[in-house]
Design a binder for this molecule. Structure first.
Ligand code: NAD
Length: 407
């Protein structure tokens, strides 16, 4: 244990593939940022825990009980990517961790660092924070193969409750279930609103497909608006309120109410159907700020937006339960096995996830220094191979050293 007044123990999973190399180059940068701002008064004791292939080789278990116990004790962890064992019945380790600690909010900030190549003309207009619900939806993995007794039972159930099997090929139809609850929707939307208020963001957009999936995605939208209009009544103005005023008193009155809300600095809660969101976030990304959405939409949206600002090599993430305080920070990309062990991986996503961990600890000055050092490095044209577009590239170690130097 270090001798700092405020020393936090953080379990670390170094991961598989490129995981160990990107972690080993991230750790000194985080430590330097902490030392720069707090000297000896704050520090982190990294508690190395096994998971993934390395864990299997050492213990015969992909996710050893000792690792789960360490996260349970410290309520925190940071992880590099893990390879998901391929095979029937073996669940993704990432999904297992999210479920075990009920990490219901997947938080992914997406903004552009000048110097990073992008496929869009104006990546600087992208500055969003995605709140993806992490525990429910069709993504929950409740599904049955077409030829199982469960699928047969589903057909009987649907026949009884819907009057007929209204799909074209009942004999070969498999089934999945899309659970979406009031509590699950409210805690996710609440987390997004809390974040937006705390960070003085302008809007929260509820992204949904409620026009088609009325009782799941539509309910998410309604529960989200209802929560905003009750719990956060003094701090927000919703498009639904705007619509109600327009209907009762006319558009002029609704415009006046919107203007008053904006002058009062209220957070605007709006919504967008998911397919339209994909188009709008490409054409007018500046109109979105914090985004709250269900699991599958969030999965697609996060990667699509990451692509606009330079791709998965530079996209951090956190999985958080804001009610219990459990939090798991992770680079969102995979183990990139083809470049593992070659000093070619981009450590930025890992580093930015570390900055999110520092923010979570309330050590925001250190977090901002990490981001600023990365920003300067990229601005000077120093990049790893994934961002080099044929130009000279630095290796993982040299890139991390350049960041450390600027710090
Ligand atoms: P991947 O993210 O590993 O790779 C996709 C592409 O991006 C590859 O071309 C890879 O070389 C490149 N890439 C990814 N991260 C990079 C980085 N930091 N720097 C430079 N290039 C990078 O996805 P995949 O190939 O689909 O999956 C490989 C393994 O990773 C699988 O076992 C999968 O289950 C696992 N995976 C884990 C996580 C996680 O732990 N969060 C997420 C996704 C995939």
């Amino acid at each position: 244990m270090k001798n700092q007044t405020n020393c936090v123990t953080v379990p670390v999973i170094r991961g598989d593939g490129i995981g160990p190399e990107i972690w080993d180059d991230t750790q000194p940068v985080l430590e330097a940022a902490i030392a720069k701002h707090y000297g000896d008064t704050r520090g982190i004791d990294w508690l190395f825990c096994l998971a993934g292939q390395a864990a299997f080789e050492a213990t015969g278990d992909y996710l050893p009980a000792a690792t789960m116990a360490a996260i349970e004790t410290h309520k925190l962890a940071i992880k590099a990517p893990l390879s998901t064992p391929v095979g029937e019945g073996i669940r993704s380790l990432n999904v297992t961790l999210r479920k075990a600690f009920d990490l219901y909010a997947c938080v992914r900030p997406v903004s552009w660092f000048p110097g990073v190549p992008s496929p869009v003309c104006h990546p600087e207009r992208v500055d969003m924070v995605i709140f993806r619900e992490n525990t429910e939806d069709i993504y929950a993995g409740i599904e049955w193969a077409y030829d199982t007794p469960a699928a047969a039972a589903m057909k009987v159930f649907i026949q009884e409750h819907c009057g007929s099997l209204s799909f074209p090929f009942p004999e070969t139809t498999a089934f999945g279930v899309k659970p979406v609850s009031k509590q699950g929707s409210e805690r996710l939307v609440g987390a997004a609103i809390d974040y937006a208020l705390k960070h003085k963001r302008v809007s929260v957009t509820l992204v949904h497909k409620g026009n088609i999936m009325k009782y799941t995605e539509g309910a998410f939208l309604n529960w989200g608006y209802a929560l905003a209009e009750t719990k956060y009544a003094d701090h927000v103005f919703t498009w639904r309120q705007y619509g109600a005023i327009a209907k009762a008193e006319g558009k002029l009155a609704a415009d006046e109410a919107m203007k008053a809300a904006q002058i009062a600095g209220k957070l605007i809660i709006k919504d967008q159907i998911c397919d339209a969101f994909f188009q709008e976030s490409l054409i007018r990304p500046e109109t979105f700020d914090v985004v709250a959405t269900l699991n599958l939409n969030g999965d697609y949206i996060s990667d699509a937006l990451a692509a606009q600002v330079g791709g998965i090599g530079i996209s951090p993430g956190a999985n958080i339960n804001y009610q219990t305080g459990y939090a798991l920070f992770e680079a969102t990309h995979g183990t990139a096995p083809l470049i593992a062990g070659q000093n070619k991986a981009n450590p930025s996503a890992m580093l930015l996830s570390g900055a999110m961990l520092l923010d979570h600890l309330g050590w925001s000055e250190a977090a901002e220094s990490v981001r600023q050092a990365l920003r300067l490095t990229l601005f000077e044209g120093l990049v790893t191979g994934d961002l080099a577009e044929g130009k000279a590239a630095l290796g993982t170690k040299e890139f991390a050293a350049a960041i450390l130097h600027r710090l």
